[in-house]
Design a protein around this ligand. Structure first.
Ligand SMILES: [Zn+2]
Length: 312
């Protein structure tokens, strides 16, 4: 063999090795054939999207179950293990999971991590009324914004598991249709409530997006986050407004203590204004897994039914 031929064959072998190396690297970054995608989410609302879009391709675990308040949630040792073991992570962002932001940033250097709320253009987000510049994280109560989140989950799963792109796309389309139907149904239901009675008073300020899209004025006893205690002033102010506008019901939330709601009912009663306990709404947490309220669509419907029943 001439020297140039030996050189050429060495080059070819080297290229072959390089290609082989690259192949191996791509394989570890995506999902191997036959494996399902391991997903960990913070809230159950996000877990529900992942199940709908991922179908049989994913195994998803939410960290936050029924009644859990994401604003003050601290990750446990078990959670950290789930976050470390997952192939991909989805969380709400916009400071909803206030105590997990640094952890998610760190994990983002090791694996795909998506903050669903942060994919939504700023112009579509509501601002915290008490703190300018801070976004309202409760995006799941605007079905349009939540559809953005569905698309973000779809795109994240496709990027990680491109061989099953068509499955994810079909599932997402189907689910987006269901969300559009949910919006139509909700629009019809709230028509049962007179316009002047559309005032929604709740334990904390989770329903601004809902109010905006459904035409309700929304008052929360606590601010956007539950990390600060409500005060006597908040209670008195809410009672003032309820008397002034003749609002007859206040709603508790499954993930917030009921004491503030009771304080309003008692305080209003002492001033001769009867306020009905409108029941518990699902705000930052969903219902028990396996029940209707354990799904996003089920909990949204349950909220609308309760609001319409109490205010019509
Ligand atoms: Zn909240």
């Amino acid at each position: 063999m001439k020297r140039s031929a030996i050189f050429l064959s060495t080059v070819i072998t080297s290229i072959g090795l390089l290609v082989a190396c690259n192949d191996e690297e791509t394989e570890t970054a995506t999902i191997e054939d036959g494996d399902v995608v391991q997903v960990t989410t913070t809230t159950s609302q996000i877990h529900d999207i992942v199940e709908n879009v991922g179908g049989e391709r994913v195994e998803s675990t939410p960290l936050m179950g029924p009644g859990v308040d994401p604003h003050v949630y601290q990750a446990s040792q078990g959670d950290i293990q789930l976050l470390n073991e997952a192939d991909i992570l989805f969380y709400n962002g916009l400071n909803l999971e206030a105590n997990m932001v640094d952890m998610m940033d760190d994990l983002g250097t090791e694996k795909p991590v998506y903050a669903l709320g942060e994919s939504i253009p700023d112009t579509e987000l509501k601002e915290d009324e008490e703190e300018a510049g801070k976004p309202d994280p409760h995006i799941w109560f605007d079905i349009d914004l939540w559809s953005h989140a569905v698309e973000e989950v779809r795109d994240g799963l496709i990027a990680l598991d491109p061989d099953h792109e068509s499955e994810y796309t079909e599932n997402a389309d189907e689910y987006l249709d269901e969300l559009a139907e949910l919006q139509e149904w909700a629009n019809q239901e709230v028509e049962k409530v007179d316009e002047e009675s559309r005032v929604l008073v709740t334990a904390h300020d989770a329903f601004q997006y809902f109010g905006d899209t459904m035409g309700f004025e929304v008052l929360g006893l606590q601010g956007l986050s539950t990390d600060a205690e409500y005060g006597l002033n908040d209670v008195q102010q809410i009672i003032d407004v309820m008397i002034e506008q003749d609002v007859g019901a206040i709603f508790a939330e499954t993930s917030v203590s009921d004491s503030s709601v009771q304080a309003v009912i008692e305080g209003a009663g002492q001033r001769g204004h009867e306020v009905e306990h409108g029941g518990e709404l699902y705000s930052d947490a969903m219902g028990e897994p396996g029940t209707e309220e354990g799904t996003y669509i089920g909990m949204y419907r349950s909220n609308v039914n309760q609001i319409v029943d109490a205010l019509q």
